[in-house]
Design a protein around this ligand. Structure first.
Ligand code: GTP
Length: 598
């Protein structure tokens, strides 16, 4: 049948093992795009994404491959994001496939994300095709890494393609293996429409573009479609596939991967994981596993000096049209005035949004330190979800506080096991177990409070292991903990935007460190500025920023006007990313310094 000549697959890999390079090479070798076109398009189309060198939004491309058996095959290559913040999207894109290529760097071997992604693929019952990449490197250890793949992942590596994605070596073998190993789709065209949305984004001209895998049935322009989970109904405007651009077709059928547009105004109405079916004749078995995007990390976003609240709101609204995971609501801070509490999938997502606000919308914003969601049970038995530390009830009203816990899996050369255990122990981790994958490599499992890993755990891990360890984590639940609110006072006033929730045992050390750090980043003033840390109203640490010795302008009285103006301008520039908090100028970096360990 028609579907015998379709292959739907993803490429999964640990970061930097060559996923994007292989995808580009496959696109190029099937003649879909010229190299120059490729540079500006396709799998890494967002500018930010390119600069960060990671793939944050997944997409699909259709390739036509003429196989050695003489048949022409349609390959739908579905790209997956490469970061744990976007794991849900990874799982949905895998759900749209029958198989996945597992790319392993032949010099690095199997890493934590290789394994995490393999688990996600196995959850979807995908056929896995191991590929060893970077065989051109002198440090490639093909036989050892093959053995690792067999031992750790349990995949047969006999006949696994040995390739260099960069140099274009062995790519044909990958194509042939896809035909041979990955099963074709087996949908039923005569059944009611059942399509999985594995990605969606907002386009200014066409409205939301839904990337879909058609499981059963068919869909064409003019059809009425229904979103099973969001319960919205739309009329299809266009369907098609992505080759070098969007290519409209007259219909999409069972087994196909392509896109649907239907004048949808907001990605919230066509969210990743939802099932599209017919408005009149509905599927009886929508896709399982739909999850609403749930923010895990919150921070305050406030207009910076000279910036308008309404401008920030308009920008956030625009971003939200294209980002179903971005959550925000108005909040007020005593220190910072009117602003927003924003929810993100994780720290990377948060940084991306901050950068887009600054770059695309040219806004000067102040962000407060990120916080996870705490679950507070009051003495009255009420359960509150606290996203903003300054909203924590009085200690006397709290029966218990619970915090989110993640299970982290860390892969490391055995030399660093001690250092990693120290690190996890310092971050209030609970050891779960350790297994030796090989003589020289171990897999360590720890349960850690999310609030101890979100900020800089990854950096700390990398620096303690000289870059050799890799890790991945998933949320496993909530756990009761002795947590307190640490307040920071500047010039004797509590600055609510600085409040954080910390473990009781670390409050003193953290309070002291924050005071020291703030002394470094807050500039001197005409007067001495006391910086204090307090828990439940009790001061536990104190530093003082000494007063400026001389007014910067006092040098130039006597009237050198140009010099005076230059100095003023210089001061203004330095102020750009400052906020006045009471009488004190506080630079943006101070708000983030709060969570940094050293
Ligand atoms: P993310 O998109 O960040 O997840 O990474 P990725 O897995 O897509 O890796 P990417 O394709 O960006 O490659 C990472 C680095 O490895 C780049 O500098 C590539 O040029 C390089 N690279 C990829 N394939 C090969 C190869 O076959 N040989 C060599 N020597 N380098 C390669």
């Amino acid at each position: 049948s028609r579907q015998d000549f379709i292959r739907n697959f993803s490429i999964i890999a640990h970061i930097d093992h060559g996923k994007s390079t292989l995808a580009d090479r496959m696109i190029e070798m099937t003649g879909m795009l010229t190299q120059r076109e490729m540079q500006s398009q396709v799998l890494d189309s967002m500018e930010l994404e390119k600069e960060r060198g990671i793939t944050i939004k997944l997409k699909a491309v259709r390739l036509i491959y003429k196989a050695e058996d003489g048949n022409e095959y349609t390959f739908n290559l579905i790209d997956t994001p490469g970061h744990v913040d976007f794991n849900y999207e990874v799982s949905r894109s895998l759900a749209a496939c029958e198989g996945a290529i597992v790319v392993v760097d032949a010099s690095q071997g199997v890493e934590a994300q290789t394994l995490a992604n393999v688990y996600l693929a196995l959850d979807q019952d995908l056929e896995l095709l191991p590929v060893l990449n970077k065989i051109d490197l002198p440090s490639a250890r093909v036989d050892e890494v093959k053995q690792e793949i067999e031992d750790i992942i349990g995949l047969d590596t006999e006949g696994a393609p040995l390739i260099s994605a960069k140099k274009g070596i062995g790519i044909d073998a990958v194509f042939e293996k896809i035909v041979e190993v990955i099963p074709p789709p087996r949908g039923d065209e005569s059944k009611p429409l059942k399509a999985l949305i594995f990605d969606s984004y907002y386009d200014a001209y066409k409205g939301v573009i839904c990337y879909v895998r058609i499981e059963d049935g068919q869909v064409k322009p003019g059809d009425e479609i229904h979103m099973v989970n969001t319960q919205k109904t739309f009329e299809v405007v266009e369907v098609g596939v992505v080759t070098s651009a969007h290519m409209p077709l007259d219909k999409l059928r069972a087994g196909d991967v392509g896109y649907i547009t239907a004048s949808i105004k907001n990605v919230r109405d066509a969210t990743v994981g939802d099932t599209i079916t017919g408005a009149k004749i509905r599927t009886e078995s929508p896709f399982a596993g739909y999850k609403k995007a749930m923010p895990m990390v919150y921070c305050g976003i406030y207009p910076g000096e000279g910036e308008e609240y309404t401008e920030v709101r308009d920008a956030l609204e625009k971003l939200q049209v294209n980002d179903a995971a971005l959550d925000f609501e108005a909040e007020t801070s005593v220190a910072l005035g009117f602003g927003f509490r924003c929810g993100f999938l994780g720290l990377l997502h948060m940084e991306i949004i901050q950068e887009r606000l600054e770059r695309e919308f040219d806004l000067n914003i102040v962000t407060t330190s990120p916080s996870v969601i705490y679950r507070v049970t009051t003495n009255a038995g009420q359960v509150l979800e606290i996203q903003n530390p300054s909203n924590l009830p009085n200690p006397s009203e709290i029966a218990k506080i619970e915090e989110p816990i993640v299970r982290a899996e860390i892969m490391t050369p055995t030399d660093y096991v001690g250092a990693i255990m120290d690190l996890c122990q310092n971050r209030r981790g609970t050891f779960i177990d350790m297994t030796y994958l090989e003589e020289t490599r171990a897999l360590i499992k720890y349960d850690l409070p999310l609030n101890e890993v979100i900020y800089d755990f990854f950096d700390a891990l990398k620096s303690k292991t000289r870059g050799y360890a890799s890790y991945d984590y998933e949320l496993i639940g909530y756990r009761e903990s002795d947590l307190v609110k640490l307040d920071i006072l500047i010039n004797s006033n509590v600055v609510d935007a600085f409040s954080i929730i910390v473990h009781e045992s670390t409050a003193y050390a953290k309070g002291r460190r924050i005071c020291e750090k703030l002394t470094d980043v807050i500039p001197r003033h005409q007067f001495a500025v006391p910086i204090q840390a307090a828990v439940a109203g009790k001061i536990i640490a104190r530093e003082t920023i000494r007063a400026l010795r001389k007014d910067v302008l006092s040098k130039c009285y006597g009237g050198d006007i140009t010099r005076k103006r230059k100095l003023l301008e210089k001061q203004k520039e330095g102020k750009k990313r400052m906020r006045m908090v009471g009488e004190v100028e506080v630079p943006q970096e101070a708000f983030l310094a709060v969570l940094k360990y050293d």
